[in-house]
Design a protein around this ligand. Structure first.
Ligand SMILES: Cc1cc2nc3c(=O)[nH]c(=O)nc-3n(C[C@H](O)[C@H](O)[C@H](O)COP(=O)(O)O)c2cc1C
Length: 349
């Protein structure tokens, strides 16, 4: 019999299993997924990007619609979990409505905020004392900058630190050059860098691993390395409760490692995705037809990008293989079936 997995304690809440469900934007990580994860003993996360893509619904502006949808998803998660937590949001620094999403989620009484895709230097200004702050970093240098700024300006320190390694899904905090040699910025190297920055004073701050976790064995390996927990993305795309339609999930179930590529995303960062007709067209230098009714990203220039990332992710989520952009972690190949969240957590007992 293997040893029970430890609980994950962050600030003043605890989850039974050391598992955070990754924020997966544009309606993959929504209320029904987060609620099911909380029920099963993990930490549930609503990804706040792309919730308001049905702009101007009922006369609401993009910002108002985003907040409205965020509230809906947070309440849906709480209703599924019987009001329990820990429930949080993932919010990308690159979003034009960053502050507004954070303030809305705090008003809804979330327990934690995970924030990356840029340095969340101003995050403490928008929250109350209760909310746990978890920055995403992909280097010790990024954490150093965040901690220095938070201490000086807000007298705060992170409640946990999440390290996204070079094999994780979605946007990557590395240059293309670094990604050619992932072994030089591997998760164990990054873990040491982060521990050095945290030092003696920050020894009690939990450090979370994010890349490539699909099984109990993967979690055990991370715990043995010294991580307090893991964040899981790609495995949770292929569960009954994910926001991704079954025809989109098929793309992941049949993917091999050769189907995984890294592209330059309109966000301005490299991103790991599955090969698809859209990627082939982009790689041939073609441009998709789109208009940009709302400016969702600070870093995107609609005149130069070859497609709208929000539309492409919405198409993926709807299972449109022709137009979808399917973000993935590098370790997608072993995922061969759609299971329920409860079944996944059953394997951790
Ligand atoms: C479909 C998809 C969407 C994602 N969306 C976001 C996002 O909105 N914000 C974010 O910070 N990270 C996002 N990520 C990255 C994940 O939060 C996570 O850190 C990563 O996927 C972990 O690696 P894994 O997928 O190998 O488990 C996304 C990843 C995937 C696969």
């Amino acid at each position: 019999m293997s040893k029970p997995l430890p609980e994950l304690k962050i600030k003043n809440f605890t989850s039974r299993f050391p598992v955070i469900q990754a924020g997966m934007g544009v309606r993959v990580g929504i209320g029904k997924l987060a609620g099911a994860v909380i029920n099963a003993g993990g930490m549930g996360v609503i990804a706040s990007v792309g919730l308001g893509n049905y702009a101007h619904a009922d006369g609401r502006s993009y910002v108002e619609e985003s907040n409205h949808q965020l509230i809906n998803e947070l309440r849906a998660a709480r209703s599924i979990s019987g009001g329990k937590g820990p429930l949080g949001i993932n919010v990308m620094v690159a979003l034009t409505n960053y502050e507004s999403l954070v303030r809305t989620a705090v008003q809804e009484g979330i327990e934690f905020i995970i924030s990356g895709a840029g340095l969340p230097l101003r995050l403490p200004a928008y929250v109350d004392e209760k909310t746990a702050l978890i920055p995403i970093v992909s280097s010790g240098r990024a954490l150093h900058l965040i901690m220095k700024t938070w201490k000086r300006k807000y007298n705060k320190r992170p409640d946990a630190v999440l390290i996204e390694g070079p094999l994780c899904g979605g946007h990557l905090g590395f240059s293309f050059e670094q990604l050619k040699h992932p072994e030089r910025c591997s998760i164990d190297i990054l873990f040491k860098e982060v521990q050095d920055v945290l030092g003696e004073e920050g020894k009690d701050i939990p450090v979370i691993e994010a890349e490539g976790v699909n099984t109990r064995e993967d979690i055990e390996r991370c715990i043995t390395m010294g991580f307090a927990g893991v964040q899981i993305g790609t495995r949770f795309i292929c569960v009954d409760e994910s926001g991704m339609e079954p025809s989109g999930q098929e793309m992941y179930l049949k993917a091999t490692r050769d189907d995984v590529v890294i592209i330059q995303s309109p966000v301005g960062l490299p991103a790991r995705v599955l090969k698809s007709p859209l990627i082939e067209r982009i790689q041939r230098g073609e441009r998709e037809k789109f208009n940009c009714p709302y400016r969702c990203l600070v870093t995107c220039d609609k005149k130069t990008v070859p497609y709208c990332i929000a539309e492409a992710l919405l198409s993926a989520r709807a299972g449109d293989k022709e137009h979808g952009l399917f973000m993935t972690g590098a370790n997608v190949e072993p995922i061969k079936s759609v299971i329920s969240v409860a079944e996944f957590f059953e394997t951790l007992k």
